[in-house]
Design a protein around this ligand. Structure first.
Ligand SMILES: Cc1ncc(COP(=O)(O)O)c(C=O)c1O
Length: 379
């Protein structure tokens, strides 16, 4: 249940100083520069952009990305798709497997509703059972569901690991009334956080080789994949340059995080700025440390502890409601500290609202509140 202090509406137009802590704050200027840079990159390289909205879970931001040229968005979960559709997003690809009958029923209802308003839903699949269940759920659907066969191009997560299995699934999809074979998904999650561009290039090269081989097998069987989709913030320039991928799925670029900031980025690639922050305040001081009021319940540490923006401070420990800081010039009691979360996606999922600030973190003002519509949408 929202707490009284979560009613941020009175903040609109107020200086950044007035934002209570802890709070998730988006630097709108930085975010919009990121958004435009990625849109321009995709346009320049003649590839479609379908940003991953599992990162921000916001219908408003998805619509903003689409207004700047994205063809639609990706999500990972049926309930995320439902939340974004309810928020006016009409082109959604669930880049993930859905098997449970109850979820497929929801997807069928969603797909019918979307198709009735010229929207389009798509889904990934990596098993014969998955196609079989989809075929049954969509057998009499008024509009076909776009289905992508997922390849495991190196992460060892979802996806089939050989071209023959990909072909068998594509044939099964093509033979099912209510389903349309839309192409292959080839996302290399493990490549994203390899630190050197060199290592990432080698990983994506292997992914591309597998895609090329699969495409040849499918084409020979009269089922050329209409689209190859994949890529993330750490590798999208490589997939775009491959000439094989027609669509990029990067998501984190919009907000960035401390983990992605550690990637070495080539000078010919767009640079993205940190746009998501946790505003925190110092609540306790020791002789050699300061403690601020944002911990695990405000930011995710699965990819490492946060960093501190604009101050020579290190986060050395986090607990549920606290982060401990060390540094030569420690902040005073009550001072503001801007944390850069280690990982943006699970951090956003901890908040109902992101506070959008215009004009910077020091002298800016609150411009708008961004609802995290699909917060907690895990099913
Ligand atoms: C299938 C898929 N595509 C794209 C992405 C986007 O990656 P990133 O947020 O790192 O840009 C992810 C992220 O995990 C993903 O799982």
């Amino acid at each position: 249940m929202p707490q009284p202090s979560d009613d941020w509406h009175g903040l609109i137009g107020q200086p950044v100083d007035h934002i209570d802590t802890p709070a998730a704050v988006v630097d709108l200027d930085a975010m919009e520069r990121n958004l435009q840079r990625m849109a321009a990159f995709a346009h320049r390289h003649g590839v479609r952009l379908r940003p991953h909205a599992k990162m921000h879970k916001s219908a408003e931001l998805a619509r903003q990305q689409m207004a700047a040229g994205a063809v639609g968005v990706c999500v990972q979960k049926a309930s995320e798709a439902q939340a974004l559709w309810a928020g006016g997003v009409h082109n959604i690809f669930i880049s993930n497997q859905v098997l449970a009958a109850e979820k497929l029923e929801r997807l069928r209802t969603l797909s019918d509703a979307m198709a009735a308003q010229d929207g389009q839903l798509a889904l990934a699949v990596d098993s014969a059972l998955g196609v079989h269940r989809l075929a049954r759920a969509f057998a009499d659907a008024p509009a076909a569901l776009d289905v992508f066969v997922e390849l495991d191009v190196g992460q060892g997560r979802c996806g089939v690991s050989d071209a023959a299995t990909a072909l068998a699934l594509a044939q099964q999809v093509a033979a099912a009334p209510g389903l349309r074979f839309a192409g292959v998904q080839a996302y290399h999650g493990a490549a994203q956080h390899l630190r050197s561009s060199h290592e990432r290039a080698a990983a994506v090269q292997q992914a591309v080789a597998f895609v090329v081989q699969t495409r040849a097998v499918l084409t020979q069987a009269q089922l050329p994949p209409p689209l190859v989709t994949g890529a993330g913030t750490g590798s999208f320039a490589l997939e775009a340059a491959s000439g094989v991928y027609g669509e990029l799925q990067a998501g984190s670029y919009l907000f960035m995080d401390a983990d992605y900031a550690r990637n070495q980025v080539g000078t010919d690639e767009p640079q993205f700025e940190q746009a998501l922050f946790i505003k925190a305040a110092v609540m306790s001081r020791g002789p050699k440390h300061a403690v601020c009021d944002a911990g695990h319940k405000s930011h995710a540490i699965d990819s490492g502890l946060p960093t501190v923006w604009g101050q020579a401070l290190q986060c050395v420990a986090c607990s549920d409601e606290h982060t401990t800081l060390r540094g030569a010039a420690l902040p005073a009691l009550g001072d503001t500290v801007w944390l850069v979360p280690g990982h943006c996606d699970p951090t956003v999922n901890l908040h109902d609202t992101l506070i959008g600030v215009r004009g910077g973190l020091v002298r800016g003002q609150v411009e708008r509140l961004i609802a995290v519509d699909a917060r907690g949408a895990l099913r």
